[in-house]
Design a protein. Structure first.
Length: 156
């Protein structure tokens, strides 16, 4: 799970908790809109924050050099033409789910370079521009788990 230039500490804390619950690594690409030392990040992650598999990257370029070794990248955007439900996210060994900052999404250069790897969240109301970042993270990571496991997590 990758958050590129996240701005809101609560969203990052909640994404961290989701990553811990699902066994995912949380990658944060600087600059961040907050300090990781802030108690709000830890509070949003509750007492789990210290257990989150967290990697902080100085910039996108440094992260991007390592991206091929991490897995198949999927970028999330309101501008995507492929919807989450139509994307095959469970086929590869590792997937990397990449989200942009809350107020501006991902940079235009990434939209151009990775155009075919962009995915959007289905939204039925035209009055909603986007979902909250931590909500989107949760929806996406659980869709990966659903595709990979099928009914393995279904109650008996």
């Amino acid at each position: 799970m990758v958050l590129v230039h996240p701005e809101i500490h609560w969203n990052t804390g909640n994404a961290g908790r989701t990553c811990l619950a699902t066994g995912a690594t949380l990658h944060l690409i600087e600059p961040l809109g907050f300090s990781l030392d802030e108690k709000q990040v830890r509070r949003a992650g509750l007492d789990y924050w210290e257990h989150v598999d967290l990697r902080v990257w100085a910039d996108w370029e440094t992260f991007e050099r390592e991206l091929p070794a991490l897995g198949e990248p999927y970028f999330f955007s309101t501008k995507a033409t492929t919807l989450l439900w139509d994307a095959s996210l469970g086929a590869g060994d590792s997937v990397v789910l990449i989200f942009g900052r809350e107020t501006g999404g991902l940079p235009a250069a990434l939209h151009e370079r990775y155009r075919e790897r962009f995915i959007g969240m289905p939204m039925l109301s035209p009055r909603v521009r986007s979902l909250n970042l931590s909500t989107s993270v949760g929806v996406a990571v659980y869709e990966v788990l659903r595709q990979r496991a099928g009914n393995a997590f279904a109650p008996e």
